[in-house]
Design a protein around this ligand. Structure first.
Ligand SMILES: Nc1ncnc2c1ncn2[C@@H]1O[C@H](COP(=O)(O)OP(=O)(O)OP(=O)(O)O)[C@@H](O)[C@H]1O
Ligand SMILES: N[C@@H](CCO)C(=O)O
Length: 322
């Protein structure tokens, strides 16, 4: 159960009067999720019921949160399907509840699509391109906090725990990614706010209709291509082997390309970027596995999954971007 900070309907009844949402009717803890305490909140305004999600942030601070919440608002205002944060009567998106930062966002309809078909991948690709374009004029800047600098910090922390063959692969890949990040092609890649964690469980679908991207709390400024690589490495693979499914890759990248055409530099950088996307999650899963924080101990993710994906991306070229 991922409610780390219990909140009752009574707690919310008074607190919610600062938002233009009417009266709180129901509050239900959400059991999935491992980072924050999340609740479905039903309110009544002018005789109509409305649904929201209330999140209490367990790890992110008042100083860190504006980048994420304002990004969601910026994207929602530009027609990207993301939860829209609700401001209180002072215009604030982040408001203390039980001494922790909290926010209310609109509830997306539908469910996660955990067995995606090409049609779902195409919807994800098109919305991702739309999101990248809409984020271009976002004023706040924050680097991807799980980028190259973090890989350098984290690698020595996990090396003592892993066997020789994995240690060798990890060191070699970080070295390879250093060289890639320093090359001319990398410098030509388009950069902007990226989701950076757009897995199947962070997108909602109502049938074949994509209703929204959520969980923006790993977002940061990085190459758009990194975002595409992370997304393809989850949406377009056979989960047992990590092998790419060509039909799903084509559907996702073609739909992206139709909204925001890939550049020649992106085409050149595609194979190493898929490796970067795999390394990022292999490393974070190794770190969480061997150096767990309290919350992550609830559902440790398997690092071996992304080790397989990385080995597979090194061994087998992915379909070209275009
Ligand atoms: N805006 C939203 N609309 C509808 N459902 C939502 C929304 N935000 C969160 N949820 C639901 O709450 C669940 C948990 O949210 P989320 O995945 O963001 O949890 P978390 O603990 O913050 O992050 P993590 O994915 O890292 O575990 C989601 O799986 C989804 O079912
Ligand atoms: N998507 C991440 C978890 C953090 O949201 C993973 O699968 O490792």
């Amino acid at each position: 159960m991922a409610v780390f900070t219990p909140v009752s309907l009574e707690d919310v009844t008074q607190w919610i009067t600062q938002f233009p949402l009417g009266q709180a009717l129901e509050l239900k803890g959400i059991s999935s999720g491992i980072e924050n305490s999340n609740f479905f909140l039903t309110t009544e305004r002018d005789g109509e019921q409305h649904q929201y999600v209330l999140t209490i942030f367990e790890n992110l601070s008042f100083e860190q949160l504006p980048f994420y919440l304002n990004l969601m608002r910026h994207l929602a205002e530009r027609g990207v399907a993301v939860p829209a944060p609700i401001a209180n009567d002072k215009g604030e998106l982040i408001v203390a509840l039980h001494g922790k930062p909290a926010a209310i966002v609109t509830k997306l309809e539908g469910q996660s699509q955990m067995s995606p078909q090409p049609v779902h991948c195409a919807a994800v690709g098109a919305m991702l391109a739309k999101m990248h374009l809409a984020g271009q004029d976002y004023a706040l800047k924050q680097p991807n906090l799980r980028g190259l600098a973090w890989w350098h910090e984290t690698t020595p922390e996990v090396l003592p725990f892993i066997p020789e063959d994995k240690a060798h692969l990890l060191k070699a890949e970080v070295h390879f990614q250093d060289a890639f990040a320093a090359c001319d092609v990398h410098k030509q890649l388009q950069v902007g706010p990226v989701h950076a964690d757009l897995f199947r469980n962070n997108v909602m679908f109502d049938g074949e209709r994509l209703t929204g991207f959520f969980d923006f709390y790993f977002a940061g400024c990085d190459t758009w291509l990194f975002d595409v690589a992370v997304t393809v490495n989850d949406w377009c693979i056979d989960l047992d082997t990590g092998v790419l499914d060509v039909a799903r890759v084509r559907a996702l990248v073609d739909a992206y390309h139709a909204v925001r055409p890939f550049t020649a530099a992106e085409k050149t950088a595609w194979q190493p970027m898929l490796r970067a996307g795999a390394l990022r999650f292999w490393l974070s899963r190794l770190y969480d596995f061997y150096r767990p924080r309290e919350a992550e101990m609830l559902t440790p993710h398997d690092p071996g999954h992304f080790e397989r994906i990385l080995r597979e991306r090194i061994a087998t070229p992915a379909p070209e971007l275009f």
